[in-house]
Design a protein around this ligand. Structure first.
Ligand code: ATP
Ligand code: MG
Length: 410
């Protein structure tokens, strides 16, 4: 079908009053980023909906991109034609040809913003309804809950026809809730946690701890590939690699086995917190799920959390593994996550970590370490890169991305 534009309906953001402008602006920016492959698409953000004028771009590809953008309730590909009754009729029949299957019911739903148009809404409904009956004599019209709703809008600049309404991703536009640091391992849970945080509008930056040579290049690549899987929801994600080898060796040498894991996690938390401060984040997000492993019992969470007051968002904390896997499959991270490249935690993991670590003991063992110095050195040596759907992007941080993002607003 020769769709010429797509009408996007907002989700919750229409209820956000004053902030609406920011929401729409951010949504436009996210749409622009997700559609980088289609620079010809023009974006017009209006108060209650957004119009994407395709200018020849492939509608299927654009629609696929849109299904991943949070803040969109649903969208409809439309055809704009001149306000000529014969042309409108022919286009309506073309759409019916695509939509109709034997047994389906239909109705025509007309809106008329241009009151000078020769037919009023009732007359146009009737005119197009009859045209459909002529071609499909057996079809049933159904006013309440028809299978096919043929929508026609007569506006000043043309007539717009559509029948499809595609469900959007829901949620809030990524970035409208502020920024958070996602602790991203190579596992199943943290990418899902990142996805869920983005769904509620959090712009995530991925923080990954690597301990070469104990951890392999493939383990790092796996974390980057997982980040690339999260990128379509927003465009580009900052990937922050933290060198963790010195800290892990130091902990291994000076801390008894049972407390290795707790203290390692506390270091990860402290470092992520520092990075969050440096990069103007508000929260930390991780993939902890209650009771899943020793580090995720409530006493463990208490001991690990003790190093910071920063809110820790744990989107999968109450989910069963099976539920997390379901989501991981939906967002296509599962197959990557189960690749067998060990990350830093697995390699240094003691056979029997404490499930009820005591904070006083943790503090006592940590007093053997130069906590501040270790954290500082790790933070100084972080490597920041940008990852989009295709993987690593070798450009410096793109501050100019704010301009030219949408073509017109309100
Ligand atoms: P995941 O599947 O996300 O790895 P997990 O069930 O394996 O989770 P843990 O290994 O105990 O759980 O890790 C708990 C959380 O700690 C992870 O979800 C992640 O947020 C964070 N984390 C663990 N290892 C790393 C790492 N190497 N880099 C960054 N964050 C990490
Ligand atoms: Mg893990």
């Amino acid at each position: 079908m020769n769709y010429t534009e797509i009408m996007v309906r907002y989700g919750e953001l229409s209820t956000k009053g004053k902030n609406r402008f920011t929401f729409i602006q951010r949504l436009a920016q996210n749409v622009r980023q997700a559609l980088v492959a289609y620079p010809e698409v023009k974006i017009y953000g209006k108060k209650d909906r957004m119009h994407l004028v395709l200018n020849g771009a492939d509608p299927t590809g654009v629609c696929q991109g849109l299904t991943k953008i949070f803040g969109i309730q649903n969208f409809s590909p439309m055809i704009k034609v001149p306000k000529d009754l014969e042309i409108i009729k022919a286009t309506a029949l073309e759409l019916m040809k695509e939509a109709y299957e034997p047994g389906l019911t239909f109705k025509v739903n007309t809106k008329r913003a241009d009151h000078n148009f020769e037919l009023d809404t009732n007359a146009l409904n009737l005119f197009l309804g009859n045209a459909v009956f002529d071609v499909y004599p057996e079809i049933q019209a159904q006013m309440r809950k028809p299978d096919i709703t043929l929508r026609v809008e007569i506006r000043k600049e043309g007539a717009y026809l559509s029948y499809l309404t595609v469900k959007g991703a829901g949620g809030l536009p990524v970035g409208t809730s502020g920024r958070g640091m996602l602790m991203l391992s190579g596992g199943i849970d943290s990418p899902v946690a990142g996805f869920l945080a983005m769904k509620r509008g959090v712009e995530i930056e991925a923080v990954h701890f690597a301990s070469p040579p104990y951890t392999s290049v493939q383990a790092l690549k796996k974390a980057q590939d997982l980040t690339a899987k999260l990128a379509p929801y927003v465009g580009t994600i900052q990937f922050i690699e933290v060198p963790f080898t010195e800290i892990q060796e130091e902990i291994k040498n000076k801390v008894p086995q049972g407390y290795l894991m707790t203290i390692t996690r506390r270091f990860m938390m402290r470092i992520t917190d520092e990075i969050k401060n440096l990069r103007h984040g508000l929260v930390i997000i991780n993939g902890e799920s209650l009771g899943q492993v020793a580090s995720q019992t409530l006493p463990s969470m208490v001991a690990i959390n003790e190093v910071t007051n920063t809110p820790i968002i744990r989107p999968v904390v109450t989910m069963d593994k099976i539920e997390i896997i379901d989501l991981a499959e939906k967002i296509d991270t599962f197959q990557l996550s189960i690749q067998p490249f060990e990350d830093c935690c697995t390699i240094f993991a003691p056979p029997q970590p404490k499930t009820k670590p005591q904070v006083e003991k943790v503090q006592f063992y940590e007093s053997r370490l130069d906590v501040e110095g270790l954290v500082l050195r790790a933070v100084e040596k972080i490597i920041v890169s940008q990852i989009n759907v295709n993987g690593l992007v070798n450009t410096p941080e793109n501050a100019s991305a704010e301009k030219d993002l949408f073509d017109d607003l309100l």
